[in-house]
Design a protein around this ligand. Structure first.
Ligand SMILES: [Zn+2]
Ligand SMILES: [Zn+2]
Length: 246
């Protein structure tokens, strides 16, 4: 560590992205302390739905909702969602701090977690996109957590990221206050592709979000991207709400 690095480290020590414990500097830029490492449910160690990514029982491959949809001949607009960990009491605090702009440095840890989770699991990704922010939720003006995460995932996966591929065409009610069906309705048609469709035509696109709940956000992003010619659309998030077991 150079002298300047040492001074910077004293002034701005690296902290565990989940509990805030000061940690030694790491080459990977991913900061999760041993205690959090033990407690966090990483999706790679869980049995998760091979379509929507939600944690499921050991004897299944897909969740009840994806099973019913398939049985009725329907399908999601997205091809697959992968999350890095489960959103619970061990991960919630760190993720909320980041979302609110209080721990902006955690993007390296969270972006690193997403990159590691999707690595080798999806068809070749051509382009990375971010879920566009809800304007009134940006407490820290100019802080757009999905954009920052997507840029970090792009760097780590060495896949180009284009900002503003997707935009919100209307503001929607805060999703956390709504049930599953209402979430879907609330978000229907909420996103549009505003760039030249030539950039996304026949491309496999990975959309980045911070927390995945029902998957409605990814589904609507995928709808907009596929309407403009995207071949496959995948979603990836830092954390996944465990609906079936909560
Ligand atoms: Zn920790
Ligand atoms: Zn599913």
């Amino acid at each position: 560590m150079s002298f300047i690095d040492k001074i910077l480290y004293i002034l701005y020590p690296e902290k565990c992205a989940f509990c805030g414990k000061v940690m030694p500097r790491s080459e990977t830029g991913v900061y999760i302390c041993a205690e959090c490492m033990d407690k966090i449910r990483f999706c790679v160690n869980e049995r998760c739905c091979s379509i929507c990514g939600t944690p499921i029982d050991q004897d299944k491959n897909i969740c009840g909702e994806c099973f019913d949809l398939r049985k009725s001949g329907g399908s999601m607009n997205y091809d697959r969602i992968i999350s890095a960990c489960v959103y619970d009491e061990n991960t919630k605090g760190g993720i909320l701090n980041f979302k609110r702009g209080f721990a902006s440095g955690s993007y390296k840890t969270f972006g690193g977690m997403i990159a590691a989770s999707v690595s080798g699991k999806l068809k070749k990704i051509d382009l990375i996109a971010a879920v566009p922010p809800r304007k009134e939720r940006m407490r820290n003006p100019g802080f757009d957590q999905c954009h920052i995460l997507a840029a970090e995932v792009s760097k780590r996966l060495e896949v180009p990221y284009m900002k503003n591929i997707l935009c919100r065409v209307r503001e929607t009610t805060k999703q956390t206050s709504l049930s599953g069906d209402m979430r879907r309705e609330n978000l229907f048609g909420a996103f549009e592709v505003k760039i030249d469709p030539g950039f996304i035509n026949k491309k496999n696109i990975l959309v980045i979000d911070d927390v995945k709940t029902t998957g409605s956000t990814f589904n609507e992003c995928a709808r907009a991207l596929k309407e403009k010619g995207a071949a496959h659309v995948y979603g990836a998030s830092v954390a996944e709400t465990d609906f079936e077991n909560s």
